[in-house]
Ligand binder design. Structure first.
Ligand code: NAD
Length: 257
C-alpha cells in the first residue's frame, strides 16, 4: 500500500476532492483525519472509510480560524501519535465573486480568509508537527486559474489561488533540508458540489467545456490520484511544484473540434 504507516490530515474532507482523497488515502493504508466545517459531513466520510475497512477520525474545524487550525493538528497527533501528510484542500467559491470592478470587500475578505489564510494557518500549525515526525508532505490545493486569466472572472478566488502557489513554493524552499516537501495541486474544473450550480447552466457549462482539450470536466477521484502521488514517497524528489491536473487546458491555444 502506497501510504502504509502514514497519518494524513485532509481539510474539506466532507465533499468533492477532499472526500475522494480521504477514501483513497485510507484505501492506501493511511490513518486519515477528516476535517470539515461541518462535523456530519466529515463523519459521513469516516463512516465510508470504516465500512471499507480503513482507519479514520472526523474533526470539525473552520480552517480560517487559527485556534481551529491548531486544534485539528493537535487532534491528529493525539489520535494517531504523529502526522506525516497534510492536504490543505478546503476552499470556497462564491457566486458574487466577479470582476475586480464589482466584487465587494466582504466577498474578497471571505474568499481570501478561507482559500489563502486557511492554507497559511494549516501550514503554520502543520510544519512543527511534520518536523516532530522527522519530515512529511504538504499538499495545498490551488487551481489552474492561478496561472491563467478568465473573461468569466472570479477575482478573489483567482487571487487566493495565486497566493497559494507563491506561498507553497516558499514553504517548500525553506523546509527542503528538513525533509518536508510542499507542493500545490492545480485542478482544472472538476464536477463537485463547488461548481454544481454553475455547471448546471448549459451556456456557462459549454463556455468552459470548449476550452478543455479532453472535452470533459474532471472527476474528484482524478484529483485524489494526483494528491496520492504527492503524498506518497513516490514523489520524494518533487517539491515546490505547481502540479497541473487540468485536462490540457493550460497547454491549449485551439482545442480539437
Ligand atoms: P466542495 O465544495 O465539494 O468541497 C469543499 C469542502 O470544503 C466542503 O466540504 C466544505 O464544507 C469545506 N469547507 C469550506 N470552507 C471551509 C472552512 N472554512 N473550513 C473547513 N472546511 C471548509 O469543493 P471541491 O471542488 O472539492 O474543492 C476542493 C478544493 O479544490 C478547493 O480548494 C477548491 O477551490 C479547489 N478547486 C476546485 C475545482 C473544481 O472545479 N471543483 C477546481 C480547482 C480547484
Amino acid at each position: 500500500m502506497r501510504l502504509a504507516d502514514k497519518v494524513a490530515l485532509i481539510t474539506g474532507g466532507g465533499s468533492g476532492i477532499g472526500k475522494a482523497s480521504c477514501l483513497l488515502f485510507a484505501k492506501e493504508g493511511a490513518k486519515v483525519v477528516v476535517v470539515d466545517l461541518k462535523l456530519d459531513t466529515a463523519e459521513a466520510t469516516v463512516d465510508e472509510i470504516h465500512k471499507a475497512g480503513g482507519d479514520a477520525k472526523a474533526f470539525a474545524a473552520d480552517v480560517s480560524k487559527a485556534k481551529d487550525a491548531e486544534a485539528m493538528v493537535r487532534f491528529a497527533e493525539e489520535s494517531y501519535g504523529t502526522l506525516n501528510v497534510v492536504f490543505n484542500n478546503a476552499g470556497v467559491f462564491h457566486p458574487d465573486d466577479d470582476s475586480v470592478t464589482n466584487t465587494s470587500e466582504a466577498i474578497w475578505d471571505m474568499v481570501i480568509n478561507v482559500n489563502l489564510k486557511g492554507v497559511f494557518l494549516g501550514c503554520q500549525y502543520a510544519v512543527p508537527a511534520l518536523l516532530r515526525a522527522g519530515g512529511g508532505s504538504i499538499i495545498n490545493t490551488a487551481s489552474f486559474v492561478a496561472i491563467m486569466g478568465a473573461a468569466a472572472p472570479q477575482i478573489a478566488y483567482t487571487a487566493s489561488k495565486g497566493g497559494v502557489l507563491a506561498m507553497t513554493r516558499e514553504i517548500a524552499v525553506e523546509f527542503a533540508r528538513k525533509n518536508i516537501r510542499a507542493n500545490s495541486l492545480c485542478p482544472g474544473p472538476v464536477e463537485t458540489p463547488l461548481l454544481a450550480k454553475l455547471l448546471s447552466d448549459p451556456a456557462r457549462r459549454n463556455r468552459r467545456l470548449v476550452h478543455i482539450p479532453m472535452g470533459r470536466f474532471a472527476r474528484a477521484e482524478e484529483m485524489a490520484n494526483a494528491a496520492l502521488f504527492l503524498a506518497s514517497d513516490e514523489s520524494s524528489f518533487v517539491t515546490g511544484t505547481s502540479f497541473l491536473v487540468d485536462g490540457g487546458i493550460s497547454a491549449a491555444y485551439i482545442t480539437p473540434e
